[in-house]
Design a protein around this ligand. Structure first.
Ligand code: PMP
Length: 394
């Protein structure tokens, strides 16, 4: 800076953020893939074994899903051109909404361009000042942000603690809504939905479940955590799930009653004031949903891989967390140590991301390993052996 020049406070502030992130081992950077998602991916000309994607069923690059996208793009073009309510809603959107409603056993489903938009939008549409929204401490940022910006009283409860929730509910004035992840995105464990539904029924309060990581993976037909818990629309009136994980595409949906969905269409700003997802993505999602329903072997194979990983990691005395899902984190604690192990794995051709604060609480940095039906048992064995080589005291 030359003498006499005014201090640029924005530059100073941004520079300080970057310095702080670098100094604490929390600096983040994107990887640039040069291939489709799958168990093997290309980065900077090198092939890696991929254990950090949420493509749980291996559908993101499935030839039938890709073909549906191309066919629909030839017919409907690339962009949807407008928001749903203007003229951006096309036949593939309608068909996908109908199929998702039927699959989740609800009257209606409503598409959103992302899970982040769905969660923030729906909570802001449902809640008013005077209401109370209660959320698990480990909920995804989109649920927390939606609750914080909803105008309602916002309260968190300790992770999966139904007694604490019941106490907070008893003190909460006004209409109350409880929102939880079905499967927690950074821990991989499940919400105790049966017990949560019981606590909500007593109050009564509405229960909303974000099943981004359970949809397509859990439940007898793959309909997710709510199906796995034997619950339905009366106990969980607001069900949200994303399309970018098990379905391998992009976007999200809310499923519920006719009343819920019609009311959301009228008042959800993230639905009204945004361009609809491309019709070809809706068409590809419909094909992915068909595959999910027809090919139960994908869920079975994934379940077998989860068992194989947990048995192997236990034998190596790796710090497994309490997860039965495709998300299998290994708890490290220190952020730099987690990055160190992730880098050592990468040098050996294996991609696993280190998850650090603020995504997870301080001193709980971890390696977030995600398994997919596209992995083979041999690839998992390679991961376990490489972990044994790279882990500081394994
Ligand atoms: N909820 C949960 C539990 C998630 O893990 C994510 C994505 N990481 C989202 C919502 C947001 O979904 P999207 O990526 O479609 O915005």
């Amino acid at each position: 800076m030359t003498p006499g020049q005014p201090v640029d406070l924005f530059r100073q502030r941004l520079g300080a953020v970057l310095d702080q992130r670098r100094a604490t081992g929390l600096y983040r950077q994107c990887l640039t893939l040069e291939s489709a998602q799958g168990p093997l991916i290309q980065l900077a000309g090198r092939e890696y074994l991929n254990f950090c994607s949420n493509d749980y069923l291996g559908l993101a690059a499935h030839p039938r899903v890709v073909e549906s996208l191309c066919r629909a793009a030839r017919r409907y073009g690339v962009g949807s051109g407008a928001s749903h309510l203007v003229c951006g809603h096309s036949a593939p959107h309608r068909e996908l909404e109908q199929a998702l409603a039927e699959f989740t056993g609800r009257q209606r489903a409503l598409l959103f361009s992302s899970g982040y938009a769905a969660n923030t939008g729906v909570l802001q549409a449902l809640l008013q000042p005077g209401d109370t929204v209660l959320q698990d401490r480990l909920n995804h940022a989109s649920l927390l942000d939606g609750g914080l910006h909803s105008g309602a009283r916002f309260r968190r409860f300790p992770h999966n603690d139904c007694d604490a929730l019941a106490r907070r509910l008893a003190q909460a004035p006004g209409p109350a809504l409880v929102a939880v992840d079905g499967v927690f995105s950074m821990d991989g464990d499940s919400a105790p939905l049966v017990e949560l539904a019981r606590v909500c029924r007593q109050r009564p309060a509405w229960l909303m479940v974000d099943d981004a990581h359970g949809f397509g993976v859990l439940g007898p037909t793959g309909a997710g955590s709510v199906e796995a818990a034997g619950l339905g629309e009366p106990e969980v009136p607001v069900l949200m799930a994303t399309l970018g994980k098990a379905l391998g595409t992009a976007g999200a949906f809310i499923a519920g009653s006719e009343l819920l969905v019609e009311a959301l269409i009228q008042s959800t700003r993230n639905y009204i004031y945004t361009t609809a997802m491309p019709p070809a993505v809706a068409a590809a999602s419909l094909t992915a949903l068909t595959l999910l329903r027809e090919e139960a072997w994908r869920r079975d194979h994934l379940a077998a891989l989860i068992g194989q990983f947990r048995r192997g990691a236990e034998a190596l005395q790796l710090p497994l967390m309490d997860s039965g899902s495709a998300i299998q984190p290994l708890l490290v604690g220190d952020a730099r140590a987690a990055v160190g192990i992730s880098e050592a794995l990468r040098q050996r051709g294996i991609l696993v991301s280190a998850i650090r604060p603020p995504t997870v609480p301080a001193d709980t940095s971890r390696l977030r390993i995600t398994l997919s039906a596209a992995h083979t048992p041999a690839q998992l064995e390679q991961l376990l052996q490489t972990l044994a080589d790279c882990w500081p005291h394994a």
